[in-house]
Design a protein around this ligand. Structure first.
Ligand code: HEM
Ligand code: SF4
Ligand code: SF4
Length: 527
């Protein structure tokens, strides 16, 4: 499975790179697949409501009402029908890409199993909703879908009598069965919305909307396609004849030729096995989990920053239990924690300037505690024998920083770059451990822990606490977000940074800094 993931990651990295050439980074569709899924859902819902206003739910009149929408009312109903069709197709595309991308990023195992497993019914509901939709047009394709689907369902010994018999003769199909299909086509998407809501229960601040520019561009493209190539029916259904050649919608009905040709037990077995594998994927094999974040109440003042920054809703602020004069305390739910360390990076007590005995923050990762991090930085810096000296701090999911080590370069990897409290940058420069600090992490838009890069950038820019103090000279700091395979780019960045540092004079840290933290907050617009 590791090889499959690596191969998929390579494919996605290439695709992401290609799309980065065509889109501004914030608009790259591959970084917004979940949000695009929701966007298409809303287009389908709104256009569906419009179509329903004119749709005749009787089996004899359904086809005519869709024809009326398509031709007589092409400027509104026709466009709505096409938008409904194309947005539904696009939803399948982004959903499948989203599924494979989460695998490629290894974001489906461990505590993420819940989001993954709830994704499986979403997949089934999207496909089932699409199939019932094709049925309603009651053209030749609908007839084909109806016959093949019901013959397939008849293979299951759960229905008292054959449902396929409804489609064998023109007088066999009654309005009631057709109305049931209309009902299903409304209920299944509503159920889908409910499961989508459940899907995101363990994701903090989910991106349920794509970037605005991307949304507008996508909608306009779809509108243009709807006008240039409107969705059409394939001639009225005729139960007196078997529909021979039908144009399939491969996004929803691509597997229908298989259902038609293979015996029922084989296709039911295959569908069951594939669903089971999909559900079990987070445990094939399970993620070996690092020790989760631990709260030290003696150092927690209940400031809530860790809970605000945790990307997985793993921290809850609870009423104080130790009698100290604070209203709340942080409590970690071990079954939700993925050990990313972002909480430790957010905690105001993660202060490297404290004495060794005191460097126990309110929240910490036992695998790489703040005390251990400081010890490693001290040790790594002591090994630098030539200048300008650079401290590279990276993340275990981005480009491997260890390869950059040398006489002038020390490197340390963290669970996520968001684990780094900005005070550590101040510490490295003011204690003269290095002449410059280079931060790296996963490539832009693919952060393993979702907010590692966003929070780091906001902390450095003074937009999020804890922020980098203004006394730290920004020219001695460089950030470069790189994927695993971009080791050469890291080497180039280090060389370029070295040259820049060579040309710099003056102190690494401005000594006349405003010492109280409140002054810093005011300066950054927080006070
Ligand atoms: C149209 C269908 C779907 C929509 C609209 C959707 C939407 C989303 C959204 C908005 C997120 C949060 C992304 C973020 O903010 O970073 C998400 C996360 C996720 N989705 Fe889906 N999803 C869909 C289908 C699926 C399917 C079929 C699967 C897999 C079977 C799946 C697996 C996941 C996983 C594993 C995550 C968690 C990523 C993480 O924790 O970082 N999704 N989805
Ligand atoms: S380590 Fe990460 S997932 Fe765990 S509590 Fe901290 S921020 Fe949340
Ligand atoms: S960030 Fe630190 S001090 Fe603030 S609530 Fe979390 S553990 Fe406590």
């Amino acid at each position: 499975m590791t090889r499959v993931r690596s191969a998929l990651r390579l494919v996605f990295e290439r695709l992401e790179g290609l799309l980065d050439l065509a889109f501004p980074p914030a608009w790259n569709p591959l970084y917004h697949l979940g949000g695009l899924g929701f966007f298409f859902y809303w287009i389908v819902a709104v256009s569906g409501i419009y179509l329903y206003l004119f749709f005749d739910t009787g089996v004899t009149a359904a086809y005519g009402s869709v024809e009326y929408l398509t031709h007589d009312q092409w400027y509104a109903g026709g466009v709505m029908r096409s938008l409904h069709r194309y947005a539904s197709d696009a939803m399948v595309v982004v959903m499948v890409l989203h599924l494979f991308r989460e695998i490629s990023l290894d974001r489906y195992r461990g505590p993420r199993w819940f989001t993954w497993v709830t994704g499986v019914p979403i997949l089934l509901l999207v496909i089932a909703s699409g199939i019932t939709g094709y049925w309603l047009v009651w053209d030749k394709l609908a007839q084909y879908v109806a016959v093949v689907s019901t013959e397939w369902l008849d293979q299951l010994p759960i229905f008292g009598q054959s449902i396929a018999r409804n489609f064998l003769a023109p007088d066999a199909l009654d309005d009631r069965f057709f109305t049931l299909m209309v009902f299903m086509h409304i209920v299944l998407p509503l159920l889908l919305l409910l499961v989508l809501w459940i899907h995101l229960q363990r994701v903090s601040r989910p991106k349920i909307n794509p970037a605005r520019g991307l949304a507008v561009g996508t909608f306009l493209t779809m509108l243009a396609l709807s006008i240039v190539k409107p969705a059409q029916s394939q001639g009225p259904a005729d139960l007196g004849a078997v529909p021979a050649v039908v144009g399939l919608d491969w996004f929803y009905l691509g597997f229908y030729p298989l259902l038609e040709r293979w015996p029922g037990p084989a296709t039911w077995g295959l569908a069951g096995a594939l669903t089971l594998i999909l559900v079990m994927l987070p445990w094939l094999p399970p993620l070996r989990r690092a020790p989760v974040a631990v709260v030290d109440l003696a150092n927690c003042n209940g400031c809530t920053r860790c809970a605000a920054d945790c990307p997985y809703n793993a921290i809850t602020m609870m009423p104080r239990t130790d009698g100290r004069p604070f209203a709340r305390e942080a409590v970690v739910n071990p079954s939700l924690c993925v050990s990313c360390g972002i909480c430790a990076g957010a905690c105001p007590t993660s202060m490297p300037f404290r004495r060794a005995s005191a460097l126990v923050p309110g929240i910490d990762l036992p695998g790489l505690s703040m005390a251990l991090l400081r010890e490693r930085l001290d040790r790594a810096a002591a090994g630098l024998t030539a200048g300008p000296r650079i401290m590279v701090l990276g993340c275990e999911h981005g480009v491997a920083v260890e390869g950059a080590r040398g006489l002038k370069v020390a490197a340390q990897s963290l669970a996520c770059i968001g684990q780094l409290p900005p005070a550590f940058i101040d510490y490295v420069l003011s204690r003269d451990l290095a002449d410059g600090v280079l931060l790296t992490g996963c490539a832009e838009g693919v952060c393993m822990h979702r907010f590692g890069i966003a929070w780091t950038e906001a902390r450095l820019a003074g937009q999020r606490d804890p922020h980098l103090r203004s006394r730290v000279p920004r020219e001695r700091l460089m950030t470069v977000w790189l994927a695993r395979h971009q080791a050469t780019d890291l080497a180039h960045a280090v060389a370029e940074f070295g040259q820049r540092l060579e040309g710099l004079a003056g102190p690494k840290v401005e000594r006349r800094s405003p010492p109280p933290a409140t002054a810093e907050l005011r300066e950054a617009g927080h006070g």
